[in-house]
Design a protein around this ligand. Structure first.
Ligand SMILES: Cc1cc2nc3c(=O)[nH]c(=O)nc-3n(C[C@H](O)[C@H](O)[C@H](O)COP(=O)(O)OP(=O)(O)OC[C@H]3O[C@@H](n4cnc5c(N)ncnc54)[C@H](O)[C@@H]3O)c2cc1C
Length: 480
């Protein structure tokens, strides 16, 4: 998307100044900000253990799996194994948009599963309601604010797209509203806004790290044995279940729920379906009352603009602005390195677009800059499967919208491990698979070509070139 109005240069000088003091770390995980909320690491696994259910991964996928397993059957013996510490990866460093959508937005879901989109939207709303209920029942304070989402159009073609989306959602009984430019700017004031689509309750804002830590604590209270700094290196069948092999120990588990995000590790079969793609975010210093008044934003909605390359942004509990997205970066061979968490070029672009969107905030500084990997699948939402004769279930590929959907994915994994035939397991979404990514060098070339084509579409009134139309035709098209 072009956040700057046509012809308006990105204000590079204020961007550089604003970034000068930004700490290269995730705002949500910064101990100087969250202080005593950061939990002490659980011990690493040593020796041989047994469990009825072993959960691999201490992100949202794993934590929801362990928690729901215990809630379904409090007597079940559950172990959770995390390679580092819970929430260090995507789950602790995302934008904190906890969305009802299970399909990375209505457009993507309706395109792929038109016959079940109504059911998917209903299940997604139920899932978000259930998350809210879980937070209440377990006393998890993660700054949950069900403020909804405001999608804004910054180019004329996006106004039409938002109107189409609104009509489709209203057809499914949802209470969304289209807004004119003036109505949009009355909610949140940017000179770039030409229109908007307000979904008043389909998205909640959360502090993602506090959500991780709250779920982790709830799991511990219910008796889940959590081991951190405990990467699983191998899986093998054994009498009585699956042996998960670690460097200093092992777990013999009757069943395994695998939620490893963008890191397939020893579960080789999901490597073809997941590409680790970097996404980046900035956080500003807290806005003063005057600065906040200059943009309005009384409803504290999560915002996103509507190009193929889009920003997502929101207020934190202490009225900073989190501003992320737009650039996505894939490294050849799917390389993931700590050094890639920082990307000065992207941070400058993001900061420039921020001041183009909110020129009234010139002079504001960014305090944090970071990135993280997204487990991208070619259908832009999760896929599900089983391995080892049904003893292991996995869910991955959430592609940037997994904060809420991972709870649904956890239920799917547990349904499958229990051999249960449910409304969820009957879904085409759950039974079908994405198109696998090709091997390198085609994978890298394909992702780069797609990125360039999406940027070109944003410059050309949304018109998709031959490459994007071909991807659409083979089921790999992205519709933001
Ligand atoms: C910058 C950024 C912004 C985002 N913004 C949003 C947003 O606003 N809204 C939204 O819905 N989504 C967003 N996302 C995506 C969202 O964060 C993810 O979809 C979600 O957190 C995925 O959770 P997960 O548990 O599947 O994966 P992860 O959080 O990656 O967790 C996987 C865990 O498994 C562990 N693991 C992996 N392999 C092993 C192994 N072999 N043994 C033991 N442990 C292992 C890892 O160490 C890791 O902790 C964003 C992501 C990023 C990076």
């Amino acid at each position: 998307m072009s956040a700057s109005a046509p012809g308006r240069p990105h204000p590079a000088a204020p961007a550089s100044r604003a970034l000068a003091g930004a700490r290269p770390r995730t705002f949500w995980l910064d101990p100087d900000v969250v202080g005593h909320d950061v939990p002490e690491a659980a011990p690493a696994l040593e020796g041989a253990e047994r469990a009825e259910l072993a959960v691999v991964g201490g992100g949202f996928s794993g934590l929801w799996s362990a928690l729901i397993a215990k809630e379904r059957d409090p007597g079940r013996d559950v172990v959770l194994l995390e390679a580092r510490t819970a929430g260090w990866a995507a789950s602790g460093r995302n934008g904190g948009f906890c969305a009802a959508s299970l399909t990375h937005g209505h457009g993507n879901g309706a395109e792929r599963w038109p016959e079940e989109i109504a059911e998917l939207e209903r299940l997604g709303r139920q899932n978000l309601d259930a998350i809210e209920d879980t937070l209440r029942r377990h006393g998890i304070d993660c700054e949950f604010e069900r403020t909804g989402e405001l999608a804004v159009a910054t180019e004329p073609w996006q106004v039409d797209d938002l109107a189409d989306t609104a009509a489709a959602l209203r057809g499914l009984g949802q209470r969304v509203r289209t807004l004119t430019g003036a109505q949009t700017r009355a909610l949140v004031d940017s000179p770039t806004y030409l229109g908007g689509l307000l979904d008043p309750d389909g998205v909640a804002m959360v502090h993602p790290a506090k959500l991780v830590w709250g779920l982790r604590e709830a799991c511990l209270r219910l008796g889940v044995r959590i081991y951190e700094n405990s990467p699983v290196r191998g899986i093998r069948r054994e009498h009585g279940g699956l042996r998960l092999q670690l460097r200093t120990g092992s777990v013999l588990a009757e069943r395994v729920a695998w939620g490893s995000g963008a890191f397939p590790g020893p579960l080789r079969r999901i490597r073809h379906y997941v590409a680790p793609v970097y996404d980046y975010a900035l956080v500003t210093e807290p806005l003063t009352a005057e600065q906040l008044a200059s943009i309005g934003w009384q409803g504290r909605q999560g915002l996103s603009d509507s190009g193929n390359r889009f920003h997502y942004y929101r207020l934190t509990a202490d009225n900073r602005v989190l501003w992320g997205g737009y650039d996505v970066v894939y490294h050849y061979g799917g390389r993931v390195r700590p050094a890639y968490d920082q990307n000065p070029e992207t941070f400058h672009r993001l900061a420039g677009n921020f001041f183009a969107t909110f020129p009234q905030l010139e002079g504001l500084s960014f305090t944090h800059s970071w990135g993280g990997v997204i487990d991208t699948s070619s259908r832009f939402c999760a896929f599900f499967g089983t391995a080892f004769g049904g003893r292991l279930a996995y869910a991955a590929g959430y592609t940037g919208l997994g904060v809420g959907a991972t709870r649904f994915g956890a239920q799917v994994m547990l349904d499958r491990l229990d051999g249960a035939d449910t409304e969820r397991t009957r879904l085409k979404l759950v039974r079908s698979r994405p198109v696998p990514f090709p091997p390198e060098p085609l994978r890298y070339a394909g992702i780069e070509l797609t990125k360039r084509s999406l940027a070109a579409a944003d410059r050309n009134g949304g018109r998709r070139n031959l490459w994007l139309r071909t991807l659409d035709a083979v089921g790999m098209g992205i519709d933001s």
